[in-house]
Design a protein around this ligand. Structure first.
Ligand SMILES: Nc1ncnc2c1ncn2[C@@H]1O[C@H](COP(=O)(O)OP(=O)(O)OP(=O)(O)O)[C@@H](O)[C@H]1O
Ligand SMILES: [Mg+2]
Length: 269
């Protein structure tokens, strides 16, 4: 029995080491201020590649802010100030001379509420490609089709590509937004509570999609739902009042949380 337990511990350690051997992203002493108010405090985390990292924590603890630091979208908030480092591979994305647009191309984002652009289904996915100078119709058609296939929307929309995206259901719109985020072939996909406005069937479809996407992408997702986190997370970061209270492989954080705050949150207090 003891030998078996030791074997289990060894296996867990080995899989953890494999997960974290070369993280895709990392932050070091990352702080964010909105005016005088500090909402992230010296955050040091690692994000494993080809895995789903889930960010959890109570409302207002800084989850969305943290997510937006990972592709410099936080800079679009006028009063925001970022101190510290965010690494994408070896690149410090806040270093002088780094182009934020280029970072947002490598690190795509999907928001809580599906936000299709007021244009056709086709144009929604083609839009970021056109913005980046791709004009060739054949190339656009191929890329749009590929992205819609990846998010499993192609069969549902292939005969109505010119219809307004607003005619799609909420779940279809969110898959369209993921397709749009994938159009520029990012390496990392950030999702801020992507299923919170969706019904259980659409939620399941998105979760299945994320589990498939992680083979090719690094995924970071904010969720309020412990049950959802348990279904999809490989790695968990628990934030509380802007501080990282706990981070680790999902099984460890869910089943052997170290912090009382994490325990209480997982129990629903
Ligand atoms: N643009 C802003 N200006 C000033 N304060 C802000 C701004 N955006 C967020 N905040 C504050 O920063 C803190 C963290 O907000 P954030 O949206 O990151 O939290 P969250 O964990 O995502 O919350 P929720 O679970 O409710 O989405 C909150 O106190 C919030 O009021
Ligand atoms: Mg939020």
């Amino acid at each position: 029995m003891r030998a078996l337990t030791q074997l289990g511990t060894l296996e867990a350690t080995a899989s953890f080491e494999k997960l974290m051997s070369t993280p895709k992203m990392a932050t070091k002493d990352l702080s964010v201020f909105y005016g005088d108010s500090q909402v992230l405090k010296d955050v040091c985390i690692e994000i494993p590649r080809n895995a789903i990292t889930v960010i959890m924590g109570p409302s207002g603890c800084g989850k969305s802010t943290f997510l937006k630091t990972l592709n410099r979208m936080v800079e679009l908030v006028e009063e925001a100030k970022v101190v510290g480092h965010v690494f994408l591979e070896d690149l410090d994305i806040y270093a002088p001379g780094v182009n934020a647009v280029e970072i947002r191309k490598r690190v795509g984002m999907v928001f809580q509420k599906p936000n299709p652009l007021p244009m056709s289904i086709f144009d929604n996915v083609a839009y970021p490609l056109r913005i980046h100078g791709i004009r060739d119709r054949k190339v656009l058609e191929d890329r749009v089709k590929k992205c819609l296939e990846v998010v499993k929307l192609w069969e549902e929309v292939k005969d109505r590509l010119r219809e307004p995206a607003s005619k799609l259901s909420g779940g279809q719109q969110q898959r369209l937004c993921i397709a749009r985020a994938l159009a520029l072939e990012p390496e990392v996909l950030l999702l801020d509570e992507p299923t919170s406005s969706l019904d259980p069937i659409s939620t399941e479809a998105i979760e299945e999609l994320l589990l498939e996407l992680k083979k090719n992408y690094t995924i970071v997702m904010v969720t309020h739902e412990v049950a959802q986190a348990k279904r999809v997370a490989d790695y968990v970061i628990f934030l509380y009042l802007g501080l990282v209270v706990e981070q680790g492989p999902a099984k460890e954080v869910f089943y052997y949380p170290k912090s009382d705050l994490t325990k209480k949150f997982l129990q629903g207090f």
